[in-house]
Design a protein. Structure first.
Length: 247
């Protein structure tokens, strides 16, 4: 089950607003009702629940700059214009970018082929131009994510996990921490800790009480539940069984 009201509200007012605190209190009450209903159906302590989140969120940039933390806003269309300008200067005026999925632009491969321009050359030219923008942290190319070993680069590793070659764009642009590509409110989607650090709570039958601070992954939930149920973990599982099961 997904409780998505926190997300909708959080985008508008940011995580530090009193409205979000109020929403958390209300969500907690709804969860209490849900657990009460499960308990009535299954019997006290005769069930397991896992609570987590699909992402975190960045604070509102203006709140951060007030506290002296570097942060700001930029526009994805400026990033796109930067690429168009760099490619037009090098190869001649044309519309080189077909679409921009968030910060992952798709270059016009047919146009590049027609003009006998190597895709890797165009992608490198675009990447170099974007890297010069003051709010950009890293730019990865599809070739890099597909073929390079990025094990020594934690940000690159996260980008690689989200990379799907058949549908992916040509560039993968990461802005500096606390920079967001919108005129108001806030959002999520970066590989930084404020976006990727989420709670994971196991509760119920067979769960060992405790508090754990080590780094785990949301992907660890499925194999842990499988172990608890005494069944094989899902075939595509990449997680590990967490030490939360009573012996
Ligand atoms: Zn959201």
């Amino acid at each position: 089950m997904s409780f998505s009201s926190n997300d909708v509200l959080g985008h508008q007012v940011g995580p530090d607003a009193p409205e979000v605190r109020d929403m958390c209190i209300r969500t907690d009450r709804v969860l209490g009702q849900l657990l009460g209903a499960i308990e009535a159906e299954a019997g006290a302590g005769n069930y397991v629940v896992v609570l987590t989140s699909d992402h975190g969120v960045a604070p509102i940039p203006e709140e951060l700059t007030k506290r002296g933390v570097p942060a700001g806003r930029f526009s994805a269309s400026e990033v796109r214009r930067t690429i168009e300008t760099a490619l037009s200067e090098k190869y001649g005026a044309a519309q080189w970018v077909l679409a921009n999925a968030d910060l992952s632009p798709y270059l016009d491969h047919e146009l590049l082929r027609a003009k006998h321009i190597a895709l890797t050359d165009a992608v490198e030219t675009a990447a170099e131009a974007v890297r010069k923008l003051p709010y950009i942290f890293r730019v990865y190319t599809s070739t890099q994510l597909e073929h390079e070993n990025l094990a020594g680069d934690p940000i690159g590793t996260l980008m690689q996990r989200g990379f799907y070659p058949e549908r992916a764009g040509d560039l993968f642009i990461v802005q500096k921490p606390y920079w967001i590509a919108s005129k108001d409110g806030t959002t999520h989607g970066t590989p930084f800790s404020y976006d990727t650090h989420v709670p994971v709570i196991f509760y119920g039958r067979g769960i060992r009480a405790g508090r754990y601070d080590e780094n785990i992954r949301v992907a660890d939930i499925a194999p842990t539940l499988a172990a608890l149920l005494g069944v094989n973990e899902p075939s595509g599982s990449v997680g590990r069984v967490l030490p939360v099961i009573e012996k």
